[in-house]
Design a protein around this ligand. Structure first.
Ligand code: ZN
Ligand code: FE
Length: 259
């Protein structure tokens, strides 16, 4: 099984997964062109299209790929995405390329956002989390509340530490700059920032990350850590540091204006 991030637009990754027999799936194809190119270059047959949420940079290439390949589309039950669509929600699962994909509801960035989790993938569990969890950060709250995003991130943080986290954007360096402002004394964060800077300088993706790493460095998964809660309260004195929802809301607002 091979996992390939296809760059698209300015900072998206369209995740392509394929097996040794040349059967492939793609996650969040906002643009069909890089997917068609990869299918042709690698001699792959597209068997499924997975969609995490309705934003154009995640669904823009779906119709062209479906029309050309006949691949079924698996997506969120509660979002407006053009039919035909296999509508999925928390607790449901499906099989593709011999892998079982469990569906998680992760509202916050959008109201019906889902994630796909393949616990038995060769090389470690796989998570496709769209714009919910980024390395070092999380998605903006366009349609959901801080309480919803906290619950979604808590659910993802509880997955096995070895889970490979396939985020839909290369936002890592800017997220880590913010994370360093929140937790300047976090040594794991400092080390990770150096590794990511070296990767980006060579033009490599920083992704996939892992759940274990994100638990150690991502402030949005660390709202119950004293240092993170205290930083949120320093930024916004109205925040109760014992309330992780308030801490997350304050971090998100702080990050939105962070340069
Ligand atoms: Zn989005
Ligand atoms: Fe996006």
């Amino acid at each position: 099984m091979k996992l390939i991030p296809l760059p698209a637009f300015s900072d998206n990754y369209l995740w392509l997964l394929h097996d040794a027999a040349g059967q492939a799936l793609v996650v969040d194809p906002g643009d069909a062109t890089p997917v068609f190119d990869a299918l042709q270059r690698l001699g792959l047959q597209l068997r499924a299209i997975l969609v995490t949420h309705h934003h154009p940079d995640h669904v823009g290439g779906v119709a062209a790929l479906r029309d050309a390949t006949g691949a079924p589309v698996y997506g969120p039950a509660r979002e407006t995405i053009p039919e035909p669509l296999v509508r999925l929600q928390q607790g449901e699962a499906f099989e593709m390329l011999g892998l079982r994909f469990a569906v998680l509801d992760v509202p916050g960035h959008t109201a019906g956002h889902i994630a796909f989790f393949a616990p038995e993938a060769e090389g470690g569990p796989l998570l496709f989390c769209g714009d919910t969890l980024f390395s070092g950060g999380c998605g903006r709250l366009f349609e959901g509340t801080p309480a919803q995003m906290l619950a979604s991130l808590d659910q993802l943080a509880a997955l096995p530490g070895a889970t490979r986290v396939c985020c839909a954007h290369e936002y890592t360096l800017s997220n880590l700059k913010f994370a360093r402002a929140v937790e300047p004394d976090n040594q794991a964060l400092r080390d990770y920032q150096q590794r990511c800077e070296a990767l980006r300088a060579e033009g490599f993706p920083t992704l996939p990350s892992t759940i274990a790493l994100e638990r150690a460095i991502n402030p949005f998964l660390r709202t119950r850590e004293a240092a993170v809660a205290a930083a949120a309260q320093r930024h916004d004195p109205a925040v109760n540091p014992a309330d992780p929802v308030a801490v997350l809301a304050a971090l998100r607002a702080w990050k939105n204006g962070f340069q």
